[in-house]
Design a protein around this ligand. Sequence first.
Ligand code: BES
Ligand code: MN
Ligand code: ZN
Length: 511
Amino acid sequence: MNETYRDALRNNMDVRSISTSRLDWSEDTLAIGVFESEVELTGDLATLDQKFAGVLKELITEMEFKGKSGSSVVTRVGSGQSVRKVMFLGLGQPETLTLDGLRQAAASAARLATKEKSQVLGLSLPPWQNDAALTAGAIVEGLVLALHQDQRFKSEEDSAPKLQRVELLGLGEQDAAIAQAQKICEGVILARELVAAPANVVTPGKLAETAEQIAHECGLELEILETEDCEKLGMGAFLGVSHASDLPPKFIHLTYKPNGTPRRRLALIGKGVTFDSGGLNIKGAGSGIEMMKTDMGGAAAVLGAAQVLGRLKPGVELHFIVAATENMISGRAVRPGDILTASNGKTIEVNNTDAEGRLTLADALVFAEKLGVDAIVDLATLTGACVVALGDGIAGLWSSSDGLAAELAQTAELTGEKVWRMPLEEKYLSLIKSPIADLKNSAGRAAGAITGALFLKEFVKETAWAHLDVAGTVWADKEDGYNSAGATGYGVRLLVNWALLEGAEAGKSDG
Ligand code: BES
Ligand code: MN
Ligand code: ZN
C-alpha cells in the first residue's frame, strides 16, 4: 500500500487499554474527561487532587475551567511526582454527550499532549452508553485521525517529538475494538492521502493501481474495464467525459465475497473524477478549479472502505465501483450540446460539460444494478449547490428507500460524519428533461443539488439506492477536532459501519 501512510502508522503511537486506575497511573501525562458537574472534584478526583497537593483544584479555579464540551486545561504537577502533567477535557453534560464528543475529546487530548511534548498519555474517558468497546474504538479514531499528518510532498521531515503510547484507563480489555479501529483509521488515512495528492499523482491509473493493491492484499476480485470494454458495454456517458483526457479512463470494480451465503449484497460507488477542469464549460477564476483534485473524494472513500472491509471480512457481499477519469479540454472534448447515450440506452444532452460527475455515475449505477445487489450507495462530490445548502460539515443524503436512508443517518450519528436527508422532488424532474434527448445533464441554479440527485435516480430502476453529495465534506479549510486542515477521509467510517450493520442485521431494512 501507500508507503507514506504506512510510515505514518508505524511511527504512530501504540494504543492499549489497561486495568490500572487513574489514581494509580504513574507515567508522563494524565488526561481526564470531566463533566460540568464534576469540576468540584469529588470522589477519586478529590483523592487525585490531594495526591498532587491541590494543584488540580488550583488549575480549575485559575483557568475558570467549567467542563464545557470542547474545552481543555493542562498543568505541570509538582516535581517529585511520577506524573508530569495533568489535563482536563471538558465533556459538557452527561445527557448531551455523544460518541463523537468522546472522539473529539480524544483528539484534543492527542493534540494537546503533542504540544506539551508528552510521550506517554494516560486517557480516562467515560464509556458512552455503557458500551466500553464502542467507546474505545471511537477514542482510537479520535487519537489516530487527529495525529495523522501528510508529509509526502515535503522535502524535509518533521522532526518534532511524537506521542509514543496511549493507555486507555477504565474501559477494561479492548484489544479487538482497538485493532478494528486501527484498521478503520488506516482506511480513512488512505482516503485522505488519495484526496490530498494532486491530480498529477492521483490519476485514473493510480486509482486502478490502488484497487489492485487492495485486491492483492485482501484477496478481493478485481475487474478493470478499459475504454474498449466500456465501449462494448455502451457506457457512452462515462466515455464522453473521458474523451478529452490524455490519460486512459479506468472503470474499477472490486468484489468481496464472504465465506458461505452472503447476508446481503451491496454496491458502493464513488465519483472518481481525478481532475475536473469543467471541460469546455471551463471553470473560471474564483471557481475553485485549483481544488478540483478533490473531485475523486467519493472514490477515495469507497477504496478506503474496500481496504478496511477487505480486512474485516463481514458476512456481506460487497462491490466497490469507481468510474475513474479526468474531465479535460482538447479537440476531442465532448461539446456543449452533444448527445451521449448511457449504458441503459437513455440519451443525454450535455448542456454543460461541467456537470460531468453525473455522466460518469450514470454508467456506474447501471453497472451496479445489473449485478443484482440489494442496495446501492453512491458518494460523489457532485454539486457546488450542496455546499451552498449544507456547508462543508454536512453531506446531502437522497434516497429512494426510507429504510436505507434511516440506516445511513443512524450510522452517521455514531461515526460523526453528518448527513442531512434532502428530497427527491418529482416535480423538479421536468428541469432535467431535454427537448431533443431524454435528459439534459444540467438545470438552472435553483435546487442544483436536488436536480443532480434526480438525474442519478434515472439510472436506477428498482434497487434501493442512496446518494451522498460530499462536495463540501471531503475537504476542511481549517483544523476541526480529529480532522486536520485538508482532506478529511469523509465517508470511509460511514460506509464501513453501514456495511458491518448490514452484515449484522440483514434484512431489517425495508429497502
Ligand atoms: N466537481 C464539481 C462539484 C464541486 C463543486 C465539488 C465544489 C467540490 C466543490 C461538479 O462536477 C460541478 O462542476 N458541478 C457543477 C454542476 C452544474 C454545472 C450543474 C456545479 O456545482 O456548479
Ligand atoms: Mn464539474
Ligand atoms: Zn466534478
